[in-house]
Design a protein around this ligand. Structure first.
Ligand code: GSH
Length: 227
């Protein structure tokens, strides 16, 4: 049996959750609150850096979301979520990586900072640059890889369709808008929908994230784990 350690609002956890759903695997979810429970000894045995997501598959524990995705793809290859064609694979990997390295920090920056400060404006610029780039990459295709749903949807599609809920309209991006609406209709996306209350709490939590991060660092130093 597969077990995913996660929280419902964690971006990295959510795309593992989506992968398990899209591959129609049987799995168990174990929710962490991240209020200190990530430092419990039993969890650190599974996830030595005390972070989610962590996936346990029988004898094996896998941490780091990209490693988990690769593991699931090779171990459970049907339906395939990575294309074989090198050019299309490069596109999918670009979408995955740019989402993690540019889009997510952009969104977080916009949720954390006040609009009048440079950090917010820089975050917004990063986010808009990614949306411009993705809009062009999509062309008129159903998915980034054409007709095949891939990790590009699992990763970028785990953020962009929810932008309107964060007051980031997609009107300027007709391709991404169409693509987002299409993803939100899928059973797997619907199964993971956050409630209005969860979204409000998430936004509130983001505002105090710098303080939460400091607190976690103090905890990590105390227990002698990696920061
Ligand atoms: N590089 C990791 C990042 C995971 C990560 O940052 N997880 C956050 C939740 S989204 C976490 O566990 N935070 C708890 C903490 O830092 O103590 C991955 O891709 O899996």
């Amino acid at each position: 049996m597969l077990t995913l350690y996660y929280t419902r609002t964690s971006f990295y956890s959510r795309f593992i959750w989506l992968t398990l759903l899209e591959k129609q695997l049987k799995f168990k979810l174990v929710a962490l609150k991240l209020n200190g429970d990530q430092f419990a000894e039993e969890f650190i045995e599974i996830s030595p850096f005390s972070r989610i997501p962590a996936l346990v598959d029988g004898e094996i524990s896998v941490i780091e979301s990209s490693a988990i995705l690769d593991y699931l793809e090779i171990k459970y290859p049907v339906p395939a979520l990575l294309p074989k064609d090198p050019q299309i694979l490069a596109k999918v990997r670009m979408v995955q990586t740019v989402t993690n390295n540019e889009l997510l920090p952009g969104l977080m920056g916009m949720l954390i900072h006040r609009k009048d400060i440079l950090d917010y404006q820089y975050a917004q610029k990063r986010l808009n640059n990614v949306l411009d780039f993705f809009e062009k990459l999509l062309i008129n295709n159903t998915y980034f890889a054409g007709e095949q749903l891939t990790f590009a949807e699992i990763v970028a599609g785990n953020l962009i369709p929810y932008f309107p809920k964060f007051n980031i309209p997609l009107d300027r991006y007709p391709q991404l808008n169409r693509w987002s609406e299409n993803l939100l209709l899928r059973k797997s996306w619907q199964e993971m929908q956050l409630s209005q209350e969860e979204l409000i709490n998430f936004k509130r939590r983001m505002k105090v994230m710098p303080k939460i991060i400091q607190k976690r660092r103090r905890e990590r130093v105390k227990i002698g784990k990696n920061v």
